[in-house]
Design a binder for this molecule. Structure first.
Ligand SMILES: [Zn+2]
Length: 394
């Protein structure tokens, strides 16, 4: 067992503030007596620390609860307006920038489109700067920071670097580059991971201990949650589900390999296949093309594309079920939500054919509940989590 360093009184105070803030954020409003019963803090500590947090403007009273025969109990909750946070979803076709309250209620949103097929970091950063200027002008409380979900592997070393093999990003020092146009502190994670975090806290994944949150957009990825904790792997790239091979000698993938899942179920791959089968005029964007396909699913090109997509997605999900034995798979990402809304039963049926019966019977496959802003909301949770755990200091 690791030996814990000795705690100073200040550490202890911060830890106690963190325990109460987290409890109230997730389960509030609660009375002081609930906090005593539900944490290991003494009545004296609860009284002192809640007093401090109220004085700091982080907790507010939220009515009273009548108690039998005794005094009514005052309920407390975290003040959602005490701080705000900016969450960003860097996608391949657009950058979405959102302003949230401390309880992650959305207050403002801007979407800046990117030129299709061009993933130059400078263009992405310009779009981010534009969106950030608009939403931060609408902030009504101190901002905790900027949380960003990116398509690619995030390496948290001496410097945070983003590697996007499919977008041509090679060790892009994103935090440093963002520091050139904002003083806000920045936290970055992979977009599938931040989406997974949001679905776990607020969406379809609530309460799950072992789950996979699968993201289908232009790219394909997954967030793995094993025994209640995110699993990132040795270098942060765990969950690159889109680049697992589903067809030997198959279609060329943007990563340079062939036969990857993304080359069959990524939005770009679906649209390419649809066009190849004579489905539509080439100028339409990915999202519009996918929507058109789903509008007329009986047309031959659409039917064939969607049949193949369900089969390959079933193969991918079956592999996840056999490897991870999850209790839950959440299908999200804008393309995943579009496809799933139309054909989740078919996708489940294909997964059943490609997974072992026993683990398949234990895995629920459901659609994400948070819609397409789950990546940005999850990126904002990076700061909220840090703020709560740190006792609301800063
Ligand atoms: Zn690939």
């Amino acid at each position: 067992m690791a030996v814990q360093p000795p705690q100073t009184v200040r550490d202890l105070r911060r830890a106690n503030r963190g325990v109460l803030l987290r409890r109230l954020w997730f389960h509030g409003p609660l009375a002081r007596q609930d906090l005593i019963n539900e944490t290991r803090l003494s009545p004296g500590a609860v009284s002192t620390v809640t007093g401090e947090l109220i004085e700091d403007g982080l907790l507010v009273e939220a009515g009273t609860l009548g108690s039998e025969g005794g005094r009514p109990r005052v309920l407390l909750r975290v003040d959602p307006g005490a701080r705000q946070v900016v969450g960003v979803d860097i996608g391949e076709t657009r950058v979405r920038v959102e302003l949230f309250d401390l309880d992650l209620t959305e207050r403002a949103r801007v979407e800046v489109p990117l030129t299709p097929g061009q993933h130059d970091p400078a263009a992405t950063l310009a779009a981010l700067a534009e969106g950030l200027a608009v939403v931060s002008a609408q902030a009504t409380a101190p901002l905790l920071g900027l949380g960003i979900g990116v398509p690619g592997v995030v390496e948290h070393g001496a410097e945070t670097l983003v590697h996007g093999q499919t977008t041509g990003w090679r060790a892009v020092p994103l935090v440093r580059l963002i520091g050139e146009f904002t003083e806000l502190p920045v936290l970055i994670d992979n977009g599938a991971t931040t989406m997974g975090q949001a679905e776990l806290w607020f969406g379809a994944g609530r309460g799950a201990r072992t789950a996979v949150i699968a993201l289908l957009g232009s790219g394909v990825g997954a967030a793995l949650v094993l025994d209640g904790a995110p699993y990132r792997g040795v270098g942060g790239s765990a969950g690159e589900w889109g680049h697992t091979t589903v067809q030997a000698g198959g279609r060329a993938c943007r990563c340079g390999s062939s036969g990857c899942l993304e080359a069959y179920v990524g939005a770009g791959a679906l649209v390419d296949r649809y066009r190849e089968l004579g489905g539509l005029e080439p100028a339409v964007g990915e999202e519009a093309a996918l929507a058109a396909m789903l509008d007329d699913p009986a047309a031959p090109a659409a039917r064939k594309t969607l049949d193949e997509a369900a089969e390959y997605l079933g193969i991918g999900l079956g592999n996840l079920i056999n490897l991870v034995n999850p209790e839950l798979i959440v299908l999200g990402g804008w393309a995943g939500l579009l496809l799933g809304a139309e054909m989740l039963p078919r996708i489940r049926e294909a997964a059943a054919r490609h997974a072992l019966r026993h683990p398949f019977s234990q895995a629920r496959i459901v659609l994400g509940e948070l819609g397409s802003d789950a990546v940005a909301r999850g990126a904002a949770t990076l700061w909220v989590e840090r703020f709560l755990s740190g006792g609301g200091v800063g």
